[in-house]
Design a protein around this ligand. Structure first.
Ligand code: UT7
Length: 360
């Protein structure tokens, strides 16, 4: 039997050099961190504005704008699944990193709306990319997923277990919405973002992360049906268990309380303070939440990246999409301290402190 190409991986030494006569000579491996070498995003073309939404939902542009900051969102058609958006994002991220898919060691996809319940969406992406050497798995941490993914991939790269990791954050939650529930259906959009992580110097890259969870709040935002607790029977679907439900006020309170403490802790871990932050890239759910978090940290609003007005809440997609657009706008410069933060269902939260490695 011939083994598939990814069954046996030849380990590459992280650090090696040539002796004076040109012979290969192993040196003591230098400690490394993981840096973001490339970013990409994938969005459906269809734009759904607040005005259009108000034609079939009992809502209006004024309510949505003042309560959330959202003006429009992107919506996938029935033929498009999460992996399709991921593929667009992944190809752009690889091109940005100047890397071939064949050089990836791992594809890690953070999503709660994968193409299927199983197998992993990451495996579909790995195949479509032709990432023949790469392992692949999904990570389920809802809107915190991409930040959980960065922490996971960074640990693998720092340990020397992996070299090149593609981390994706992507969701198509519009397929899970109850369009009769105006408290949720106006908030979400579809989208994917991707980051290529590679080893970098020890003083830069992902310096530290904090991960948190409080499962006692699981029912504050969840999709109850489709798993082993409530399989998708006609009765469960009739009861609406196949649709996302949320207690908005509970999630709002949780975010404003927990996230500032999480950011502070992640900065303290690496001996930095909120005043050292150059760009705060928060999960884009609601501009009021973002500014309330920044105020508690005494970080000026100009340092908070905001694009929720264009895409709504794309769940695991918000942070990598925001990073990608921030890079396009020239807001990420080499040496900058960038803090990425996710929070949401679980309840879960995560923060990464990054010294930016890319650019001038
Ligand atoms: O990624 C996961 C993270 N999720 C979040 O971060 C969401 C966090 N929560 C929120 O952002 C806010 O709680 C919402 C934006 C969801 C809601 O804002 P709110 O200020 O908490 O509004 P509310 O739910 O207390 O509703 C206030 C009023 C209600 O009317 P009455 O009972 O006061 O007459 C709602 O029925 O607004 C009404 N309402 C709407 N009106 C027009 C709720 N949704 C809508 C709507 N259009 N879409």
């Amino acid at each position: 039997m011939t083994l598939p190409p990814n069954a046996v991986q030849t380990p590459k030494p992280l650090i090696g050099d040539k002796g004076e006569s040109g012979e290969n000579r192993m040196t003591t491996p230098q400690p490394v961190r993981a840096g973001i070498a490339g970013l990409g995003m994938g969005l459906p073309e269809r734009v759904l504005t607040n005005e259009e939404l108000a034609k079939f939902v009992d809502t209006n542009d004024e309510w949505i704008t003042t309560r959330t900051g959202i003006k429009e969102r992107r919506v996938t058609d029935s033929a498009t699944a999460t992996s399709d958006l991921c593929l667009i994002a992944a190809k752009k991220a690889l091109a940005d990193a100047d890397m071939d898919a064949a050089d990836l060691d791992l594809v890690l996809c953070a999503t709660t709306s994968g193409d299927y319940i199983w197998p992993a969406t990451a495996s579909l992406i790995q195949n479509a990319l032709g990432a023949k050497r790469a392992g692949a798995f999904d990570l389920s941490a809802a809107c915190s997923g991409f930040c959980y993914g960065l922490a996971t991939a960074a640990g693998m790269i720092q340990s020397g277990a992996m070299r090149n990791v593609l981390v994706l954050g992507a969701d198509t939650l519009t397929k899970q919405l109850n369009w009769n529930d105006r408290g949720t259906c106006v908030l979400f959009g579809d989208g994917a973002g991707a980051a290529v992580l590679t080893p970098c110097g020890y003083e830069e890259g992902i310096l530290g992360s904090v991960l948190g969870s409080d499962g006692s709040g699981a029912s504050s935002i969840w999709l109850e049906g489709g798993g082993s607790r409530n399989p998708l029977t006609p009765e469960n679907m009739e009861s609406g268990l196949n649709k996302l439900t949320m207690n908005g006020k509970e999630v709002y309170r949780f975010a404003v309380e927990i996230v500032p403490a999480c950011v502070r802790e992640s900065l303290e871990k690496v001996c930095l303070r909120p005043a050292d932050v150059d760009l705060l890239v928060l999960h884009q759910a609601n501009v009021r939440i973002m500014y309330a978090i920044a105020d508690r940290l005494q970080i000026p609003h100009e340092k908070v990246y905001v694009n929720v007005q264009k895409y709504g809440n794309t769940s695991a997609g918000t942070v990598p999409i925001a990073l990608c657009e921030a890079q396009q706008e020239g807001r990420l410069n080499r040496g900058d301290v960038v803090v990425t933060v996710g929070y949401g269902a679980g309840l879960s939260w995560a923060s990464n402190v990054i010294r930016w490695t890319k650019g001038e």
